[in-house]
Design a protein around this ligand. Structure first.
Ligand SMILES: [Zn+2]
Length: 256
């Protein structure tokens, strides 16, 4: 029960539910506990590059985990980078070069969650433990994009980040996990080594790599199930559906 994992996070921070309606911001202490849990299960933390190298020979081996963070929130440099250093583990951060320094597009204004500005993104990229990938220029949903639209978005955001960071940008994350059938080939043509999705989509194919999303609602049990590949099957089983129906009035409906 130690499947290879690519975990998909957003930001780190402690917010009340009203300020984080989509459950994007994870308590840093909880993130730390999740990493330590995987370490106890003898997971080795690898870069996306290292994980992707295995794809040439089939699927990644059991017991490897790559961490990813979407959107490029400012806490990635303020909170995440020191934690990665302390834990001595790498991560990939997917940023939108057209939104640098903006308020987070999916968070209430009162939460004051900002995306990294150019200086912060450059500072984060200096960490030997952090790789920066593209998440489109402005968080564009590619789920119905033509091949040319997807290529243009992927190539221009790659170029913008490479100009800013003066280093190759090799990975791409589909905003909201969505991608049209033309997207994987567009990502290859745009020069990426791999592209990642989530929300139960994809597999171990290089340009539609599956990720397990972890959000602020995940506690010990759901994290244990998700990291063993058991969460979705259980969630969709008759007892899982019944439990969710019963819990629904108690839970705010969040986005993936
Ligand atoms: Zn996103």
């Amino acid at each position: 029960m130690r499947p290879a994992l690519v975990l998909a996070y957003h930001g780190l921070g402690t917010f009340p539910k009203t300020l984080d309606p989509h459950n994007l911001m994870l308590d840093p202490a909880r993130f730390r506990r999740q990493v330590l849990t995987l370490m106890r299960r003898r997971y080795g933390f690898v870069t996306l590059s290292e994980l992707v190298e295995h794809l040439d020979r089939g699927t990644p081996p059991d017991g490897v985990c790559a961490l990813t963070f979407d959107d490029g929130t400012a806490d990635n440099v303020e909170l995440l980078a020191p934690l990665l250093e302390e834990l001595e583990i790498p991560a990939t951060v997917f940023a939108c070069p057209g939104l640098l320094g903006a308020d987070h597009f999916a968070m209430p204004a009162a939460a004051r969650v900002r995306l990294m500005d150019a200086g912060q993104l450059r500072a984060l990229a200096c960490s030997p433990l952090v790789d920066i990938g593209s998440h489109t220029s402005t968080h564009v949903d590619l789920s119905s994009a033509t091949g040319e639209e997807a290529y243009e978005e992927m190539a221009s955001s790659k170029r913008a980040l490479e100009d800013l960071l003066q280093r190759p940008v090799n990975f791409f994350a589909y905003p909201k996990c969505g991608y049209s059938p033309s997207c994987p080939d567009a990502a290859r043509r745009a020069g990426y080594l791999a592209a990642v999705t989530c929300a139960g989509l994809g597999g171990w194919r290089r340009f539609e790599l599956t990720r397990v999303s972890i959000d602020s609602l995940d506690r010990r049990l759901s994290f244990a199930l998700k990291s063993r590949g058991l969460f979705a099957p259980l969630r969709n089983s008759p007892p899982g559906k019944l439990a969710r129906a019963l819990a629904r009035p108690l839970r705010h409906h969040g986005a993936d």
